[in-house]
Design a protein around this ligand. Structure first.
Ligand code: SF4
Ligand code: SF4
Length: 95
């Protein structure tokens, strides 16, 4: 994937619960910068890294969800807005 379009919002790095629902708990490798951006602590080695019993880090294009304003949204997937305070499903648009 061409990473140049990534806004570094970190929304795709929040963890699902045991039912697969998104939570406001970030991946333990996600770093929150002072300027509001995020970065992955293990970026070069992230793919295939186990994050918990059920989750392995994978490619963004294989994500089951879309995220608010993410340039890599694709297909007819549920779209979410997620941060450390709340998870919100967006019904009114698909971007
Ligand atoms: S949700 Fe999209 S824009 Fe935000 S960090 Fe993930 S890939 Fe980048
Ligand atoms: S390991 Fe994967 S899910 Fe965790 S911060 Fe890095 S890219 Fe995001």
């Amino acid at each position: 994937m061409d990473d140049n379009k990534c806004l570094r919002c970190g929304q795709c790095c929040f963890m699902p619960d045991s039912q697969g629902n998104l939570t406001s708990e970030p991946c333990r490798y996600l770093v929150f910068n002072d300027d509001g951006t995020t970065q992955c602590k293990i970026y070069e080695d992230r793919i295939g890294t186990r994050l918990n019993e059920k989750i392995v880090c994978g490619f963004r294009c294989d994500d089951r969800f879309n995220y608010e304003n993410c340039p890599y949204n694709s297909g007819e997937k549920p779209t979410y807005s997620v941060n450390r305070k709340r998870v919100r499903r967006i019904f009114w648009r698909n971007t």
